[in-house]
Write a protein that binds this ligand. Structure first.
Ligand code: NDP
Length: 450
């Protein structure tokens, strides 16, 4: 019989190990701390998890790959970036998680994202393990040729670590359909295979309808369920959205379809406020076709104002806030302002956009909160649906995929709510962590010490 200590002591012990073994990785520490602190009641009820050292095992990636990515710029100069793939946990399926290309990327960011991905994928109800990858390459300002050469070089190493039944990457910040296309082409050339090794592919070569829209739509579907619990809906609500990338654009589109007015969008330089409602067609053209900055919007829409700096976006009065840009973009001060201005629901389209202090402010002020693991799981869920279609050599219609996505988001909301009630934690954030964790922990127990 293994000696078991109290749940809070066990959590403390594992957090210490994480900090010691992964120094100077604050985002990873933050993500682990949030999950571990919210599963305390689970550990109290299931001492067998401690007996089998589930926490010690779950916080340590199964595999971390770091590699050199050399590529030639348009001036003929050789540039070198660093590539990453962290295969975190394969207890419930092949590794699955996006690739991020952004100058802020280092191993700590990839570990935080990979760790979150374990529980997010578990919540979807599909067979997908957790992983994440990327590079410190900055796609901004690069030519088409440079982007293509970088993606090809990145795949020259990554291809030996991935596969349709082992690890299936997708997009994230800085990686959209264009980059996935170049990486898929290179993977096909290197392996001679054609299968569903990457998701988010173009519709002409195995991509799924709705994958582009999925994370944003899914976030709004999740938020709609939270609003239903408050006996209200998106209809007539004022919505503040941060970011103007893939997630933000489609969160805007779906919220607008449901009758809301979206009044803001942002990028890392600043934000726009349009009291008449941000025009989605202008945004799509500016960001998806012309790849311009958000401030260009105000030259076309006189009702809109542009402000430098993205943090003040949370001062805009709203009923619903959807942070869809990046981690830690919404802090305690911003949360207090949102509460003061009457915000009733927050759904995280981005990964970990609210700081732990901000989450506390929302929860203690009875604001409904959907954390990223639950609210933005629609993207990976639809990637899972893309994998199913690829395996069957089939393509489902837009309506079919959208309906499946909608049902998955409703189910995730119910799972978070049920876990929250069963373990008496009283909020969907802890509910999501508990529901996501339980499935993975049970699978790890069943599979023995591997
Ligand atoms: P995009 O690259 O399409 O867009 C990112 C947006 O966020 C841009 O508007 C970007 O502005 C802004 N942004 C990025 N970094 C910062 C920063 N440091 N400060 C302020 N703004 C910033 O990425 P996605 O829309 O795909 O991803 C957004 C978030 O959603 C991320 O947290 C991602 O992990 C998460 N997510 C994405 C999924 C997907 O399917 N795409 C799935 C699940 C979660 P700028 O152009 O100035 O950089």
């Amino acid at each position: 019989m293994v000696h078991v200590i109290k749940a809070d002591k066990y959590i403390e012990k594992v957090l210490e190990i994480v900090k010691k073994r992964n120094p100077v990785e604050p985002e990873f520490h933050q993500a682990v701390e949030e999950v571990l602190n919210s599963i305390k009641p689970v550990l109290e009820k299931h001492p067998e998890f401690e007996e089998s050292s589930i926490l010690e095992r779950i916080v340590e990636p199964e595999r971390q790959i770091i590699f050199r990515v050399p590529w030639q710029d348009d001036g003929g100069k050789i540039q070198v970036n660093r590539g990453f793939r962290v295969q975190f946990n394969s207890a419930i399926g092949p590794y699955k998680g996006g690739l991020r290309f952004h100058p802020s990327v280092y191993i700590g960011i990839i570990k935080f994202l990979g760790f979150e991905q374990i529980f997010k994928n578990s919540l979807t109800g599909l067979m997908m393990g957790g992983a994440k990858g990327g590079s410190d390459f900055d796609p901004k300002g690069k030519s088409e040729g440079e982007i293509m050469r970088f993606c090809q070089s990145f795949m020259n190493e990554l291809y030996r670590h991935i596969g349709a039944d082992t690890d299936v990457p997708a997009g994230d910040i800085g990686v959209g359909g264009r980059e996935i296309g170049y990486m898929f082409g290179q993977w096909k050339k290197l392996t001679g295979l054609f299968n569903g090794v990457l998701t988010g592919k173009g519709l002409d070569f195995g991509g799924s309808l709705v994958r582009t829209e999925a994370t944003g739509y899914g976030c709004v579907y999740f938020c709609e369920e939270m609003l239903k619990d408050r006996r209200t809906s998106f209809d007539g609500k004022t919505v503040v959205i941060s970011g103007s990338g893939n997630v933000a654009i489609y969160a805007h589109e779906k919220a607008t379809q449901l009758g809301a007015k979206v009044v803001t969008m942002s990028d890392s330089n600043g934000f726009i406020y349009d009291e008449e409602g941000v025009n989605i067609h202008t945004i799509k053209r500016l960001k998806e076709v012309e790849r311009k900055r958000i401030k260009e919007y105000v030259t076309e829409h006189k009702s809109a104002k542009y402000s430098e700096g993205y943090k003040d976006i949370w001062n805009i009065k709203c009923d619903v806030a959807l942070p869809c840009a990046t981690q830690n973009e919404l802090d305690e001060k911003a949360a207090k302002t949102l509460v003061k201005n009457g915000c009733i629901a927050v759904a995280e389209g981005a990964n970990m956009p609210c700081t732990p202090e901000a989450l506390k402010v929302f929860i203690s002020n009875n604001v409904s909160v959907g954390c990223g693991k639950a609210a933005n799981a629609g993207g990976v869920a639809t990637s899972g649906l893309e994998m199913s279609q690829n395996s069957q050599r089939l393509s489902w219609t837009f309506e079919e995929v959208d309906k499946k996505l909608h049902n998955i988001m409703i189910n995730i909301h119910s799972a978070c709510k049920e876990a929250s009630e069963e373990y008496g934690v009283g909020n969907l954030v802890c509910g999501a962590n508990i529901a996501g964790f339980l499935k993975v922990a049970r699978a790890m127990m069943s599979q023995g010490l591997v």
